[in-house]
Design a protein around this ligand. Sequence first.
Ligand code: DON
Length: 307
Amino acid sequence: MVTALDNALLAEVLQQVRPLIGSGKVADYIPALAEVPADRLGIAVCTVDGALYQAGDAAERFSIQSISKVLSLTLALTRYQESEIWQRVGKEPSGLPFNSLLQLEMEQGKPRNPFINPGALVVCDMLQTRLSAPKQRMLEVVRQLAGEDDLAYDARVARSEFEHSDRNAAIAYLMKSFGNFENDVLTVLHTYFHYCALRMSSIELARSFVYLANNGRDLQGNAVISPLQARQINALMMTSGMYDGAGEFAYRVGMPGKSGVGGGIVAIVPDEMAIVVWSPELDASGNSLAGTAALELLSQRIGRSIF
Ligand code: DON
């Protein structure tokens, strides 16, 4: 039976998935992330009309990590011709972990898609070329999208990532060796780690990502990108937003989604709503374990999926 969306339903969903906490693993390859309490659990939904529903720790800020890869691609689409972007990064699922180097070497330094680390690093490289202050610009974008003036980077998380950046640096240098990287690697890594270290709550993320449910328009009605571009980003999220867990997520949740190792997941119901869940423990693909279960349950209870 389909249930109406309200705060009580979201609380019920969280209650049902809470027992899963303990079966995943908080990301510890970035020491500052490993300190986040594993029992945090939040969910927020923002509809295209601006109605907001929430439960649990929905107002608590966390590190959005790879969810920022959608925002950097969005920003690149406002600064580049699409052909310029897609000649440097592909649109295919990788089927490999988000930080893998294997495919990148075999495919001459062209990343499979913009949501694995190599793809996001190329997109950051492009932003570094065209924006005079890429970190500041991203803050302006998210503050506008979320309607919150005090959104900021977590300097500790950014620094912690920089101190453990060997693999991302290797990825960037490999792409540079193939001629697919324009700027100084350390400068781009600095920008990339700050984007990952953005701190936002589930509520702020749900408000921010409404543009992908609303044909490219944000909550204030401003056109962030075109309706076609919003559709295209949703398609990429569907096929690549959850890395090597994309097929499993499509099967269980049936919505375009993007995860981050901070434990957040953004999922989109086109023309209706943006949904954000947060639970720091991850599954083997680096996606929130209880968060995925919450989205699976919610999609069934409200009868929503793009299939
Ligand atoms: O590049 C990294 O390792 C992280 N800052 C971002 C990775 C991430 O969130 C992947 N997501 N599931």
